[in-house]
Design a protein around this ligand. Structure first.
Ligand code: ZN
Length: 89
């Protein structure tokens, strides 16, 4: 039996690491932490154009985005527009 390394995670944060052998480090690669700005595909890059929901950015926009999205990238914005989910004022 090999020892089991236990990494205890709560709410995306590592609380405790058990049985980590001496001389070893651990690295957590949590894709949730590296979250993209886009609430829709979660796959957008920072440099891409994003559209914000005015509910959260408090800047008046000329469109209304569904409440479930705080920010979407231009691709998702186009998708949502195609689906008729973006309303223009
Ligand atoms: Zn997107």
């Amino acid at each position: 039996m090999y020892p089991t390394i236990k990494i205890i995670v709560k709410g995306g944060v590592v609380c405790d690491v058990d049985n980590l052998p001496d001389g070893f480090q651990y690295e957590v690669i949590d894709h949730d932490v590296q979250e993209s700005k886009c609430d829709c595909c979660k796959d957008s890059q920072d440099y891409e154009t994003h559209y914000w929901n005015e509910n959260i950015c408090e800047i008046e926009e000329d469109y209304i985005m569904p409440d479930e999205y705080g920010c979407v990238c231009y691709r998702c914005f186009e998708d949502l527009k195609q689906q008729g989910k973006i309303t223009f004022k």
